[in-house]
Ligand binder design. Structure first.
Ligand code: ARG
Length: 464
């Protein structure tokens, strides 16, 4: 049987396509990655056509077996992709027809590439979101494990990147976890909205065949069918929404990366990123560079860029389908690959990250991180907060001048600032006392961190 290479739409044309235009308009170079979902969509469509009597059972059977054969050829690398057949849809269909003859030509009854591609992308993205959620859950679990293990490790908490108050490392990890839990919810939400089937919209207006859309939707695992054919073939808001969720997720990873990069530096030395996630320098033998977080921070730029590409791609389009939409794929695919890769490497890295408790605690001892605790202590003894603020300010001044922390001063020295200060003050001036005092839901006390980590583990199971 000879391969079909002439264009299915060639009928109304008298001249062949210009060679450069052919290459310029083709998408097969990048949309071939949709082949599995394209074939799954075609199989469901064929079964529906047989169900309503447009195809005979024999024709349907031939199509299903033929499509299996096409899939095997593609998966084994034998398939000959043809640029003159433009895209994945026409390549698959042409090969099917070459394999099974006339039945193959009947597959496209009652549909168009416009509803076909809108369906394929949804099917594909749905699977990719599921794979992304698996990696995200691995990362979230690694953060919960780390938070539980280091629930009472003390580090300086920062505002303006200046030492503010002591916090526990576990609490800090759970802050990142909260962001990532919301990211997971956003992806799940986006998947739900996307999981509605456009097939049956045909080119733009629907089809005159008595199609059973619910039948096809059920076969493909869609939750319902789209209500409006013009909308269904034209909007790519579901892809934009996914990219927006991905941009936020990458932005969270980028901020997290910034901290890891700082913390891994000799100046901080709070964490050790395992060698397997770092590289060296070709000229400076001492270097161990935190490449993984740096690259994730860097890759956030391209994901944000793709979001803007898709928004811009959409903004000028009248209804319904326009060829512009072919440009949705490369940005979307790159967002998927970048996000999946970043989450995978992050999950692996966070599962093996170790911390330097001493270094963190030393850093928390600098910068008068328990100054607020002293003020709160004075308030508990009856002093108005504004007065307490001033008293502590003076004590800090002495500390700066004599290069000592508040906890290193004698009771006599502290009492010169206020006579309400007693020997019990030293309980609140310690780092342990400071964090333990913040003992409420959302606070940094080690007991709260352990409880929050346990709750997070439970939330992780019920969130999607
Ligand atoms: N390759 C096209 C795309 O990705 C498929 C739909 C083409 N439809 C058309 N009427 N030319 O959007």
């Amino acid at each position: 049987m000879t391969e079909q290479t002439s264009k299915p739409w060639a009928g109304r044309f008298t001249e062949p396509t210009d060679a450069f235009v052919e290459a310029f308009t083709a998408s097969v170079g990048f949309d071939q990655r949709l082949f599995r979902h394209d074939i799954a969509g075609s199989k469901a469509h064929a079964q529906m056509l047989a169900h309503i009597g447009v195809l005979t059972d024999d024709e349907c059977q031939k199509i299903l077996l033929g499509l299996d054969q096409v899939q095997t050829e593609i998966e084994s690398g034998q398939f000959q992709w043809s640029v003159s057949l433009e895209d994945v849809h026409m390549n698959v269909e042409a090969r099917l027809t070459a394999l099974i003859g006339d039945a193959g030509k009947k597959l496209h009854t009652g549909r168009s590439r416009n509803d076909q591609v809108a369906t394929d992308i949804r099917l594909y993205l749905r699977d990719e979101i599921d794979a992304i959620q698996v990696e995200l859950t691995r990362l979230q679990t690694a953060l919960i494990d780390l938070a539980e293990r280091e629930a009472d490790a003390i580090m300086p908490g920062f505002t303006h990147l200046q030492v503010a108050q002591p916090v526990t490392f576990g609490h800090h990890m759970l802050a990142w976890l909260e962001m990532l839990l919301r990211d997971g919810q956003r992806l799940a939400d986006c998947r739900k909205r996307m999981n509605i089937m456009p097939l049956g919209s045909a080119a733009l207006a629907g089809t005159s065949y008595p199609i059973d859309r619910e039948f096809t939707a059920k076969l493909l695992g869609f939750e319902g069918v789209t209500e409006n054919s013009l909308d269904a073939v034209s909007d790519r808001d579901f892809a934009i929404e996914f990219c927006a969720a991905a941009s936020l997720l990458m932005t969270h990873l980028s901020r997290f990366s910034e901290e890891l990069i700082l913390w891994a530096s000799a100046q901080f030395d709070f964490v050790d990123i395992p060698d397997s996630f770092c590289t060296g320098s070709s000229i400076m033998p001492q270097k161990k560079n935190p490449d993984v977080p740096e690259l994730v921070r860097g890759k956030t730029g391209r994901v944000n860029g793709h979001l803007i590409s898709l928004l811009t791609l959409m903004k000028g389009q009248p209804l319904a389908y326009n060829k512009d939409n072919q440009e949705d794929k490369e940005p979307l695919f790159d967002v998927i690959d970048t996000l999946r890769g970043s989450l995978k490497v992050y999950a692996d890295m966070m599962a093996t990250l170790t911390i330097n408790r001493d270094k963190m605690e030393q850093a928390a001892l600098q910068g008068f991180s328990t100054a607020t605790d002293l003020a709160d202590y004075l308030v508990r003894k009856g002093m108005p907060f504004r007065d307490a603020h001033e008293v502590v300010g003076k004590a800090v001044r002495l500390g700066v001048d004599t290069n000592r922390d508040l906890a290193e001063m004698s009771l006599d020295e502290l009492q010169q600032f206020s006579t309400v200060i007693d020997s019990d003050v030293f309980e609140v001036l310690t780092l342990q006392g400071s964090v333990a005092a913040r003992n409420h839901i959302g606070g940094t006390a080690p007991d709260q961190v352990k409880a929050a980590a346990a709750r997070a583990r439970h939330r992780l199971q019920t969130i999607h």
